[in-house]
Ligand binder design. Structure first.
Ligand SMILES: Nc1ncnc2c1ncn2[C@@H]1O[C@H](COP(=O)(O)OP(=O)(O)O)[C@@H](O)[C@H]1O
Ligand SMILES: O=P(O)(O)OC[C@H](O)CO
Length: 493
């Protein structure tokens, strides 16, 4: 009888359920997309009930793939972060659709608070910036725009949660209203120094405390899943936001270790240890994981468009049929021929934070074709990683030794080598690139006694491919100068 963990990865476009063996082997997997709603310019919404339905469906599908001698011990949940759900405590009905992390509708509220001079203080408490990305202004928007919502929230009749909290509440039949410290640290309401919901911030954003979930460690007792699994009852034993779960899946447990996840966007996190330092380069300070009440922090850089640029080549330009084709196209050229793509389709994230920047392609000649564009889309991911890496290196005061990568894009071997060349650091891809789900499984495994401690987890990390930097300095400098010129043009609109 093997002891397995069911990991739920509730992402921005799909929910995945993966059953892992303790050695990290994937035993079963199911995935399903759900609908994206764009009701207005810059608005992005999800239906929380649909997410619950899809998530429990993939769980049941994965559990159905197991044989009789395979036993699941518990559940780990990881999720798209910041996305905000508010629901009625008694009926369980969402007050409004989930407002997704990408949604920009509260930009005006954030600008107002910044012009009131509140950015530095908010940053000192949360490690974050005043940006619509985070949950606080999304909650406030719901309370101010849905009839009676504020009065109900003040009476204690409404609850708030990120997707982990919503799923835990649904799984436990409304018995548990909880989140973990990593998800809490993305709300703009949680004080990362004092480890509590911050009364000053609750007042600043106008959020009644009664709405907020209890904050637990990443490996903890989040209750028992009683609903949604066809009568199977399982303890929910591990929770973390998806990028933090990837830190655990990549075993980045020492200060200075960096992981970077390349999916639709790219999120790089560097472990900075037990002291929550603020970045000098507008990177975020966030909780990487917390055990026994002791947080370990990370600096985080977010790139909004990574694989999404490849999707754009496929779906909007129609110059490739599949994402995989970009590898052979990029490889067919001996240089980028001076062509750059800045994929600022929704502005620029870290370290620039320029919401009004827009995408551009420059350096085209009569000879440029789909190979140049494919290569430029992949190189853009590398240059943006270099931007983040440089900021992290300067913040940390030392150069990280390696970059651990994961996510759907890193199946591309050309990209891996280009990352090593442009960022100028060895790049390592682990055996399992589903590190987000793996991290959630590891957290639950820790709580359920499958693993002893973090050293034990680190032993389980194994390398698939390592790329050393090979590009000469001169060639690299020319490429980086070209990128910097292109970025300046994008920033100036
Ligand atoms: N071989 C490849 N080369 C380049 N990009 C790829 C490749 N395979 C997948 N991608 C890109 O990776 C993304 C999917 O990665 P995934 O980790 O599943 O993303 P997410 O979890 O954000 O949905 C897509 O944007 C896709 O275009
Ligand atoms: O669901 P993903 O993989 O796009 O990740 C979303 C991030 O958690 C947003 O902060």
């Amino acid at each position: 009888m093997s002891d397995l963990i069911l990991a739920i990865d509730q992402g921005t476009t799909s929910s995945r359920a993966i059953v892992f063996a303790p050695d990290g082997r994937m035993v079963a997997k199911a995935q399903q997309e759900f609908s994206q709603h764009f009701p207005d310019d810059g608005w992005v919404e999800h239906n929380p009930e649909e997410i619950w339905k899809v998530t429990t469906q993939v769980c049941r599908d994965a559990l159905d793939q197991l044989s009789d001698d395979q036993r699941v011990l518990g559940i780990g949940i990881t999720n798209q972060r910041e996305t905000t759900v508010v629901w009625d405590k008694t009926t369980g009905t969402p007050t409004y659709p989930a407002i997704v992390w990408q949604d920009r509708r509260t930009a005006g509220h954030c600008r107002q608070l910044a012009s009131d001079g509140l950015e530095d203080d908010t940053r000192a408490r949360t490690g974050l910036l005043l940006d619509p990305y985070f949950s606080a202004t999304k909650i406030a928007w719901i309370l101010d725009n849905v009839e009676d919502a504020r009065a109900k929230a003040e009476r204690g009749d409404l609850l708030f949660g990120t997707m982990d909290t919503w799923l835990i509440w649904k799984f436990t039949g409304g018995k548990v209203h909880a989140t973990d410290a990593t998800n809490a640290s993305r709300t703009l309401l949680y004080n990362i120094n004092d480890q509590c919901w911050d009364p000053v911030l609750l007042e600043r954003f106008g959020i009644p405390e009664a709405m907020l979930p209890e904050v637990l460690d990443c490996a903890a007792d989040f209750g028992t899943a009683l609903e949604g699994l066809d009568g199977v009852e399982l303890p929910i034993a591990g929770v973390a936001g998806d990028q933090q779960a990837a830190v655990v899946g990549q075993a980045c447990f020492e200060p200075g270790m960096i992981k970077s996840t390349y999916g639709t966007g790219c999120f790089a996190l560097m472990n900075i240890g037990e002291t929550p330092r603020l970045s000098q380069h507008r990177l975020l300070t966030t909780i990487a994981y917390r055990f026994d009440g002791k947080p370990v922090y990370a600096l985080e850089g977010a790139i909004f468009v990574a694989g999404a640029a490849v999707q754009w080549l496929r779906d909007k330009l129609g110059i490739i049929k599949s994402a995989e084709e970009t590898e052979a196209l990029a490889e067919s050229l001996s240089s980028n021929r001076g062509v750059y793509l800045v994929p600022a389709f929704t502005g620029l994230g870290a370290p620039h934070w320029e919401p009004d920047a827009r995408a551009l392609i420059c350096g085209l000649t009569r000879d440029s074709g789909r190979a140049e564009l494919a290569r430029a889309a992949l190189e853009a991911v590398c240059y943006q990683t270099w931007d983040l890496f440089k900021a992290m290196e300067e913040d940390a005061g030392e150069r990280p030794e390696t970059l651990r990568v994961d996510g759907g894009m890193v199946a591309n071997n050309w990209l891996l080598q280009a990352l090593a060349d442009i960022v100028h650091v060895p790049v390592e891809r682990p055996d399992i690139i589903e590190t987000t789900a793996l991290g959630a499984a590891r957290l639950a495994g820790l709580q359920l006694g499958l693993f002893g401690d973090l050293n034990d987890l680190a032993q389980h990390w194994s390398l698939d491919r390592r790329c050393e930097p090979q590009l000469g300095d001169q060639e690299r400098d020319v490429m980086l100068k070209g990128w910097q010129a292109a970025i300046e043009r994008a920033r100036n609109g």
